[in-house]
Design a protein around this ligand. Sequence first.
Ligand SMILES: [Zn+2]
Length: 135
Amino acid sequence: MPAIRSISLETKNARVSAEKSCPFCCADIPREAKKCRACGEWVVSTSHGIAAMALRFFGVCWALVSVAIAAGLWFAGQSIRAWVWMHSVNAQITPRVVDFVLYVVIAVVLLKGIAIGVGFGIMARLAPRRPRWWT
Ligand SMILES: [Zn+2]
C-alpha cells in the first residue's frame, strides 16, 4: 500500500510540474506555453516589437525638436520685437502685434509637434504584442 501511494504522489507531482496556472484566467496550461489556450493572453513577457520602438523613439525626437524650434522662435522673436520697437515706420506694426504673431506661430509649432509625437506613440501602441526575443 505505501508503494502505491508513493507512485501516485509522484505521478501527481509530475503532472503539477508539467503544467502551470494562467495568471489571467487560472486555467491549467503546459509549462512551456507562451499563450493561454483558454483566454488567449500571453503568459510570457511581450513587446510591441522593434519597429514600434523605433516609431516611438521617432515620435519623442519629433516632439523634442518641435520644442527646440519653438524655443528658437521665441529667442528670434525677441530680437524681431526689439528691432520693430526701434525701427518700425508703420504705426500698425507695434511690438504687441509682433508678440501676437509670435505666440500664434510658437503655439502652432508646439501643438503640431506634440500632436504628431503623440500620434507616433499611439501608432506604436497599436502594434500587436509578441513574445520578446531578448528574454
Ligand atoms: Zn488564461
